[in-house]
Write a protein that binds this ligand. Structure first.
Ligand code: NAP
Ligand code: GLV
Length: 313
């Protein structure tokens, strides 16, 4: 089995080391510009177009993340970049779901218990008790009920807030009130106090976090975006904060990453910023998952996490 690896940072050696341990029979190599020698599988994160274009030998491309928007953008910009016969396979959880649950529950509880406001009061040297938000009306709406969204929704629901989930096709998740499809989008949003975004970035979901969506939420709502920066209309967020329609936002992802030093979000105290860390790709778990799938494909078995290129996730 020949495996081609690409990652645009200095960690490739450690990944190759772990893949060699998991698949001792495999012939592994890090892709270098000009390498067109045959390979069965590619393991990539944000690969350059040249690595994949014209590779009719590849049977599968493993994406080292849950989101495949960057790799699908290569195909959209130049159709035919992705080898027609290769399956595109994304990571499924591989240790990301518990991280997402920690991040989102932390943010939801911070807003429920008004810790963000107490932080401001402390800075001002003020001892003041704020009226608690009633838990029973602190409705949390999770956009996306996939591998990560369903796990996050249930983790939040364990704290007793009403939790809703929204997906493309109808889903049942225990303890969660579910909504599906464009026809139920407004019903999902109406009265939501905390909107959590865990949608994939596709042509259908781009800009979903904009003025219209914000206007349906309960006044003084909170936004938690842990999916992609392209989901958020940045100017609409600033307007919604200025008008009081939104009270605060926690953002882990941005249209431009790293967030430029002169970006207005840095100066907005109601926005909490983290540098795309809500769920990191964990090497040990990811190598184990990918190696298992490669062996399954070698045996002619079907595997999970295959991306529907038309659908975009
Ligand atoms: P997933 O399992 O593919 O789930 C996607 C969910 O979104 C599904 O429930 C799907 O509906 C729903 N969906 C897709 N398009 C929709 C549409 N047009 N309308 C309504 N619902 C739609 O993905 P995942 O593994 O949970 O990951 C979700 C995203 O999280 C990734 O794509 C990535 O962008 C982001 N992410 C971010 C980080 C980070 O560190 N910030 C880390 C990992 C992942 P169906 O159930 O009907 O298919
Ligand atoms: C990270 O953002 C991922 O998509 O896994």
């Amino acid at each position: 089995m020949k495996i081609l690896f690409y990652m645009p940072n200095a960690e490739a050696a450690a990944w190759l080391h772990d893949f060699a341990r998991a698949l001792p029979e495999a012939d592994l190599r890090e892709w270098q510009p000009g390498d067109t020698a045959p390979a069965d599988f590619a393991v990539v994160w944000r690969p350059p177009r040249d690595m994949l274009a014209g590779r009719s030998d590849l049977r599968a491309i493993f994406n080292l993340g849950a989101g495949v928007d960057a790799i699908l953008a290569l195909e959209r910009e130049q159709p035919g970049t992705l080898p027609a016969n290769a399956q595109l396979i994304r990571l499924e959880d591989s240790g990301m779901a518990p991280q997402m649950a920690e991040y989102v529950t932390h943010a939801v509880l911070r807003y429920l218990r008004r810790f963000d406001e107490y932080q401001t009061l402390q800075r001002e040297g003020r001892w003041q008790v704020l009226d608690p938000h009633p838990r029973e009306t602190f409705t949390v709406g999770v956009l996306g009920l996939g591998v990560l969204g369903a796990h996050v929704a249930q983790a939040v629901a364990a704290f007793g807030m009403p939790v809703r989930g929204y997906s493309r096709s109808a889903r049942q998740v225990e303890g969660i009130t579910t909504f599906a499809g464009a026809a139920q989008f407004d019903a999902f949003l109406d009265g939501v106090k905390v909107l959590v975004n865990l949608l994939p970035h596709t042509p259908d979901t781009a800009d979903v976090l904009g003025a219209r969506t914000f206007s349906r939420l309960e006044r003084g709502a909170y936004l938690i975006n842990v999916a992609r920066g392209a989901h958020l209309v940045e100017a609409d967020l600033l307007d919604a904060l200025a008008s009081g329609q939104l009270a605060a936002a926690t953002l882990d992802v941005f249209r431009e990453e790293p967030l430029p030093a002169d970006h207005p979000f840095w100066q907005e105290p109601r926005i909490t910023i983290t540098p795309h860390i809500s769920a990191l790709t964990l090497r040990e778990e990811s190598v184990a998952q990918i190696a298992e799938k490669m062996l399954a494909l070698e045996r002619g078995e079907a595997v999970g996490g295959v991306v529907d290129i038309e659908r975009g996730y």
